[in-house]
Design a protein. Structure first.
Lengths: 799, 340
């Protein structure tokens, strides 16, 4: 929201400068995002008059001018062709620093001195809309009545300061100059001036607004509809002071009536719409909802199809305006308009918001209606516009105003407790200060015991209870009161027990373990492209991607159903930038829909996924890593062959717990590696941390350790290729009986010399007795027993 | 006679020992003097030729010389051994500036590292860590947070929608109402997690992480909020950290504030991290709007609350001097390996 310093000053007689006003507004919650001095590039530019023009003796295209710059005559050279003796022009003098970057210095051109430069409108930062002649290709010729020697910013009314203020959604009342002025008045404690709402009506003219237009409101979305009429219109350029204000806040001046509506919009926050009365078919305004099949040609030259949800201002036959949003071409003010019907209305904010979204049009009007314009404001806005008509003299105000009002909006009374307010704030604001602040905010106060009875002005619809009032008091009193406050932690509160989230805690264990093993933790987008389904060869419920209705781009348009996509993409990226031999993991969510389109919230699964991009890595490496993680939990799991589509069917496994797959790992499927353009030696694994964190925490039961030494034996056995390591290890364990301490497979050897489909497996067996030192004899007997058993059960032979 | 020879053997040996420079030469001396056919052995054999009364005396003298020389030799041996070791060590000197062999170790992600730190601090202050769904209902994300449908405050956030009623949560505040419905005051919770907004540019990522905090109790105030956040920020950024309140607006808090934190990089002097202001805009906070308490079934006449929320991406960026938000989600090993 843009307002100007001088405009605010019209309503509050402040003496503080713009900078100070901006700072205090920000401290009170009206954040001034930018402060723009209109005359930043207009210093050392004055109004001058050309007294004499002579040809440059040495240059055909230059002329030498003697210029009066107010009590002083200087010589300036120019190549401009539109200057003449007696012309009043803007002169930039040495020191000037124009908006286009030109810095003025005294110079010499072909031997003749020049003490400055004449300026075009463009060089002053203005255009034809702002000032007549500013758009011509040449020097800006100023009116003869301008005072020679005046600084140009004063002469052209460009000496204002623009505030760009971020208005929070609760303060729709501040989307206007008057709203900001009210804030300034409260902050500085300076009383507002009364807004001039008076206008002239010819007492002898009996003509009334009813002679021009009738209004019928047929929808509840229109809370108030007011209309006045202006006749004998003079559609022309509005006065410079009005154009200056509009220009400052970024609105293009057009003509008297349009400028007045925009002026009131900015100043009072009241959107107005001006109709050419002769173009209102049947001289009747009907405020109603649109109908399917209706169309309107809008002022932005687009055509919009209407329906029941869109409110329109229509005549008896057809819509003329999309209410509160944009006008139509069929009834707008034009150069030939003689009578103007001026609308000042209040519409339901939701209705305007829905329409604005639906047709994709946002205007200064809709922006205000969407946030809510107070019902009382329609009258203020209309009267202010008629006042401006009178002031400028661009037409005659017709007697009478039509006012169709559904809702009354008056002062509300609420009661608040100063004690509660101090309790909320945690600091004691002196009663006198609190009351003063409220009074300065135009809130009438009455102290009854420790309660404050408040009369809230209609435009402060945001103030309802003690909490709202506490905020009003503290933001004006100043939040810096807290700078030096430091209580003991929760000294006035109950003690509560702090608890970590069980899954996050488990994940933290896993994450730290993986980091120690060289893994880098990833955080990736949970939004993916829809092509992730095909790339991962998915064929189950994970194909049903949950799609964003309003995505930014396709590549982040769906919620992921597998972590693999994220990790494979990361490997692709890292390889493309030359990173090699690395391991990554991520704790993230997958999002699984039960049905699409979503009827209820989907399942969000928490998964720890890892991927290893290292050439000499194998299945047993990743198995070891995963088993190490699982060992940190109490899970009882089985390993089975996996059918996961993106893993190699022969080199992958599922982790099962009670028949449920809680993870998988293995080598990437070569086709998937191709799809992601990543190496086929990549390994991937994932486990469901949500499932694991729901299990009982792991309990340790320490076993007795013998004080006698361990005896080790290595055993190499030749077995058929289809004999599984797990079977042999289990058998070894049971053969050892109570002497068993540990057994490991440490080597597998394959060679033709062993026989067809044979392999040699080497085990390291550790034996121990709790009560005594083992004798060689006992050890040998045990080993013999193992060999015998393995031979009997699996046909194993000593190598 | 023997005594003279004995003296000569002793003097010769001492003289030789002084000159000896390595252990090998010492060994030669040892053999010559003490060996089976050594000088002292030969001399001892001559004892039996002496008259009986002289034998003990001469024998004792020979023995004295033997002991004397043995000690001398040991001394010299010790000296030479030490010297030899020193020479050997001197020759084994290596270049200690060669790089150390890297221990293979990875790194946590800066965002999750911040989550770990913050949740630890909060748990120590009596907060419980909770989570909520990222795909959330309009009710919990907006309506229960006092942001009705078609309300202007919806414009504060560009939201990703899935259906009219289901969306990607735009704020971890969505968890507030879920927890208030579940819990009985007094309680303190924090919720870290991913949030989503339809916004992507140099300083915004469509996916980012927030930490939400909520305290509901009979007696909490803005001053308690100040004290609590001061401690949180001190633990995170260092003891000399200060915070400051500024007015703001959030539909679910009243009063609402933004909290500036003194720049941990320049300690308030002004630098590029804080764009010369000395302060960083980091948190939004306030007293829980009583309407929000009531909507979630908490008696606002009895209980008050305060809430705070902040962006973890930005916090991580400040803590680790990360200048580009996109780096946080690209997972480039060159970036991640800096945080070992």
């Amino acid at each position: 929201m843009k307002v100007t310093y001088n405009w605010i000053k019209e309503f509050v007689p402040i003496t503080a400068n713009a900078e100070e006003v901006a700072k205090k507004l920000t401290n009170a919650g009206m954040e001034v995002e930018e402060l723009m001095y209109q005359n930043e590039h207009l210093h050392d530019v004055v109004v001058g008059k050309i007294l004499k023009i002579e040809k440059h003796p040495a240059a055909d295209k230059l002329v030498v001018c003697q210029v009066d710059i107010g009590g002083k005559i200087v010589q300036i050279l120019t190549a401009a062709t539109n200057v003449f003796e007696g012309a009043v022009i803007p002169v930039s003098l040495p020191g000037a620093d124009l908006v286009n970057g030109v810095k003025i210095q005294p110079t010499k051109m072909r031997g003749i001195e020049s003490y400055g430069m004449f300026c075009s409108g463009e060089e002053l930062g203005i255009d034809e809309n702002y000032f007549e002649g500013a758009g011509v290709n040449g020097i800006l010729i100023l009116p003869q009545n301008m005072k020679i020697g005046d600084p140009i910013d004063k002469a052209l009314l460009l000496d204002d300061v623009v505030f760009d203020i971020n208005i929070t959604p609760n303060r729709a009342d501040c989307m206007s100059v008057i709203g900001i002025a009210r804030e300034v008045s409260a902050i500085f404690g300076i009383e507002m001036k009364k807004v001039n709402l008076s206008y002239n009506i010819d007492v002898y003219d009996k003509d009334t607004v009813r002679n021009y237009v009738d209004v019928e409101v047929k929808t509840d979305n229109c809370l108030r509809y007011m209309m006045g009429a202006i006749k004998d219109l003079k559609i022309e350029r509005s006065p410079l002071w009005m154009r200056a204000r509009l220009n400052a806040v970024g609105i293009k001046p057009i003509n008297t009536i349009v400028d007045i509506t925009n002026y009131v919009l900015i100043e009072m926050g009241q959107p107005l719409h001006a109709f050419d009365q002769s173009l209102i078919d049947g001289q009747k305004i009907v405020v109603r909802q649109g109908q399917a099949g209706e169309k309107i040609e809008a002022l932005n030259h687009n055509s919009y199809e209407l329906d029941q949800s869109i409110m329109v201002i229509a005549n008896e036959k057809e819509p003329m305006v999309i209410a509160g949003v944009i006008g139509g071409t069929n009834s707008c003010i034009n150069d030939n308009t003689k009578v103007c019907a001026l609308e000042s209305a209040i519409f339901d904010l939701k209705s305007i918001r829905i329409t604005s979204r639906k047709i994709g049009v946002r205007t200064d009007s809709s922006a205000r209606y969407e946030k809510g314009v107070n019902v009382a404001n329609a009258e203020i806005g209309l009267n202010r516009a008629l006042h401006l008509v009178s002031k400028i003299g661009c037409g005659k105000v017709v007697r009478g105003i039509i006012d169709k009002s559904l809702v009354k909006n008056e002062y509300r009374e609420i009661t608040v407790s100063l004690k509660l307010i101090n309790d909320i704030l945690g600091v004691k604001i002196p009663e006198k200060d609190a009351i003063n602040i409220l009074n300065n905010l135009s809130i009438e106060t009455k102290l009854i015991c420790d309660k404050l009875s408040l009369k809230i002005p209609p435009y402060r619809e945001d103030l309802e209870n003690d909490y709202d009032i506490a905020e009003e008091i503290i933001r004006i009193y100043g939040y810096d009161i807290y700078d030096n406050i430091n209580y003991n932690l929760f000294e006035n509160s109950n003690v509560t027990e702090g608890k970590h989230h069980p899954r996050l805690l488990l994940e933290r264990k896993f994450r730290n373990a993986l980091v120690e093993r060289g893994f880098y933790e990833n955080v990736s987008y949970s939004l993916v492209s829809s092509n992730s389904v095909e790339k991962l060869l998915l064929n189950d419920e994970r194909c049903n991607l949950i799609k964003i209705a309003n995505p930014i781009t396709e590549d982040i348009s769906c919620m992921r159903t597998s972590m693999a996509n994220s990790l494979f993409n990361t490997i692709n990226y890292n390889n493309s930038v030359g990173n090699k031999n690395y391991s990554i993991f991520e704790c993230g969510r997958t999002y699984l829909a039960e049905e699409l389109p979503l009827k209820k919230l989907p399942k969000e699964k928490n998964i720890l996924a890892m991927a290893i991009c290292e050439e000499n890595f194998n299945f047993y490496n990743i198995k070891g890593i995963i088993e190490n993680l699982l060992r940190k939990t109490s899970v009882n799991y089985k390993i089975e062959r996996s059918k996961e589509t993106y893993l190699h069917p022969g080199i992958s496994a599922n982790i099962l717990c009670d028949g449920e797959i809680i993870g998988c790992f293995g080598k990437i499927h070569p086709q998937v590696a191709k799809n992601y353009d990543i190496p086929a030696f990549v390994y991937y694994g994932e486990i469901d941390t949500g499932f694991l964190s729901n299990l009982e925490p792991k309990k340790y039961i320490a076993r007795q350790i013998s004080k006698y030494p361990i005896v080790e034996r290595d055993l190499a056995l030749i077995v058929d290729e289809n004999v599984l390591a797990e079977e042999l290890l289990n058998s070894i364990k049971s053969s050892c009986g109570t002497l068993f301490y540990d057994a490991n497979l440490f080597d597998i050897y394959r060679s033709d010399s062993l026989g067809l489909n044979k392999k040699s497996m080497a085990f390291n067996i550790k034996l121990s007795n709790l009560n005594k030192t083992l004798t060689d004899d006992e050890v040998n007997k045990t080993i013999q027993k193992i060999i015998k058993t393995l031979n009997y059960k699996y046909g194993a032979n000593l190598r | 006679m023997i005594i003279d020879e004995l003296k000569k053997i002793k003097d010769d040996a001492v003289g030789e020992l002084e000159k000896v420079e390595n252990l090998k030469d010492i060994n030669e001396i040892k053999v010559r003097v003490f060996g089976k056919s050594g000088l002292l052995t030969a001399l001892s054999k001559g004892i039996k030729e002496l008259p009986i009364d002289q034998r003990p005396l001469v024998g004792a003298k020979i023995n004295d010389v033997r002991i004397f020389l043995q000690e001398k030799i040991s001394e010299k041996e010790f000296f030479l051994e030490k010297q030899e070791l020193e020479n050997k060590l001197a020759n084994e000197k290596i270049d200690i500036t060669e790089p150390g062999k890297d221990v293979i170790v990875g790194a946590l992600h800066p965002i999750n590292d911040v989550i770990d730190k913050l949740t630890d601090i909060c748990v120590s202050m009596g907060f419980s860590v909770v989570e909520g769904p990222e795909i959330e209902s309009d009710y919990y994300n907006f309506e229960a947070m006092n942001i009705p449908k078609n309300h202007p405050s919806r414009d504060m956030q560009d939201t990703f929608f899935i259906t009219d009623e289901i969306l990607l949560r735009s704020q971890t505040s969505a968890v507030q109402a879920r927890e208030m419905e579940k819990r009985k005051p007094p309680f303190k919770i924090v919720c870290p997690g991913k949030t989503y907004r339809n916004d992507s540019d140099a300083t915004h990522s469509p996916i980012f992480n927030q930490l939400e905090g909520l305290v509901v109790d009979e007696n909490v105030s803005m001053a308690d909020l100040k004290s609590m956040l001061t401690i949180l920020m001190k633990r995170l950024f260092g003891e000399d950290t200060a915070i400051r309140f500024r007015p703001s607006f959030f539909p679910f808090t009243e009063p609402s504030i933004e909290v500036d934190v003194s720049c941990p990089n320049c300690h308030g002097k002004g630098c590029s991290t804080c764009k010369g202001t000395g302060m960083l805009e980091l948190l939004g906070a306030g007293i829980v709007n009583p309407k929000v308490l009531e909507m979630s079934g908490i008696n606002s006449k009895k209980y008050k609350g305060f809430a705070f929320g902040f962006g973890l991406d930005r916090t991580a960026m400040i803590l680790d001097s990360i200048n580009n938000i996109k780096n946080l989600y690209r997972n480039d090993i060159r970036f991640l390996s800096q945080f070992k």
